[in-house]
Design a protein around this ligand. Sequence first.
Ligand SMILES: Cc1cc2nc3c(=O)[nH]c(=O)nc-3n(C[C@H](O)[C@H](O)[C@H](O)COP(=O)(O)O)c2cc1C
Length: 306
Amino acid sequence: MKPSLSLTIGGVTFKNPVTVASGTFGYAEEFAELIDLEALGGIVTKSITLKERQGHPPPRTCETPAGMLNAIGLANVGVERFIDEKLPFLRKLNTVRIVNVAGSTQAEYVEVCRLLEKAEGIDMLEINLSCPNVDAGGMELGTDPAVMIRVLTAVREVTSRPIIVKLSPNVTSIVTIARAAQEGGAAAVSLINTLVGMAIDTETWRPRLSNGTGGLSGPAIRPVAVAMVYKVARAIDLPVIGIGGISNWTDAVEFHLAGATAIQVGTANFIAPDTTMNIIAGLSRYLAAHKLTAITDIIGRVKVKL
Ligand SMILES: Cc1cc2nc3c(=O)[nH]c(=O)nc-3n(C[C@H](O)[C@H](O)[C@H](O)COP(=O)(O)O)c2cc1C
């Protein structure tokens, strides 16, 4: 019998645990000719803000050893154009559709969620309380537990959809923030967003990104992400969605063993757009080879002597 890859998060059933990370997959239509979108467990959109944003001027990305830095600055079409122009495509897809929401103030998060509430074709919201590349909001709101609880409580008043809270690794204790997300009523947490990083051109003495600093992603951050998933999964009662440098199915298995119920693939989409498809196939083969019947059999099963 084929092993089951399906799972449930916040009452929503995913056909498999493999989803894509916000900001690395556009609004999904961009990848329609490259992979079978409906084979994915779920799709997470680029962060959506209240008003359209152009983001930071170029250069907005640069390569680093085993990773990349980006300071896109949340460029996106804004919630109204998202609903009119991007959602109709997503709505037709038979996969879990997750809209990532960002903002600079609590009021902005609430207003974006309120506008999305009326729109059909969205299964869950992912609240980005962790973007390192905006001047106001994002990180500030997501690094103070009391503020996080306040924002989530306000957001939950205007939405009936399950909320995933995306956490920042740029904190002293991610466990404290994850506990706040649970207290604020999140259905799940996703982690990690990018780590703050910087690269400098030694000839021009200028930063390689126009914004100065940016967010580090890719294989370079994977061990950090695995450790954070491991710690958070043990500390809270919510499902954890693992993100950070996942490039193949063994990376995915590592995150599941650490405690991730599902995973998101980010930077790897830029290198090999079919990474997610290979991970789904690889997970099935892995479970069969280990005579396991379901992906849920390996979640959090890392053998650590405590
Ligand atoms: C170019 C780029 C743009 C991103 N934009 C967003 C975004 O809009 N919202 C968000 O929550 N995360 C954003 N992220 C963070 C990713 O979703 C993910 O958390 C991070 O890159 C770590 O995963 P990875 O190593 O697999 O890329 C972005 C990452 C990259 C590389």
